[in-house]
Ligand binder design. Structure first.
Ligand SMILES: [Zn+2]
Length: 117
């Protein structure tokens, strides 16, 4: 399953960066571009399945942000938003496959639990 391997990658990355502190993470925010082939609902389901199998992480929450697709028009020298998978500049109508945003998938924020003093 595609989404489950993405979730495993997310946890691998977190464990690499934060080591034992991963257990203190309250929320992970992941940003996924519309072209990255990630369905927020499916990744949420995979995340829920993963933390059920890994009780250390049971209180962790996931937030998925979706990035629009942005392409660059060489003719107008500007970026434009791709809507309905039409890779055509709003202004001049020139087709462009020069994607500047939309393929990405990364951990955009990690929030740790507030420790009681
Ligand atoms: Zn243009």
């Amino acid at each position: 399953m595609h989404e489950l391997s993405i979730v495993k990658d997310i946890f691998d990355t977190l464990e690499e960066h934060y080591d034992a502190k991963v257990e203190d993470i309250q929320q992970v925010q992941v940003t996924a571009g519309l072209l990255s082939n990630v369905q927020p609902v499916l990744i949420q389901n995979a995340f829920d399945a993963f933390i059920t199998d890994h009780p250390y992480y049971r209180e962790m929450e996931l937030e998925v942000l979706v990035n629009d697709i942005i392409a660059h028009c060489d003719h107008c020298k500007k970026d434009f938003q791709v809507r309905y998978h039409k890779f055509v500049c709003d202004d001049c109508g020139t087709p462009s496959a020069n994607i500047v945003q939309g393929n990405e998938l990364f951990i955009s924020k990690v929030i740790f639990k507030q420790k009681e003093h």
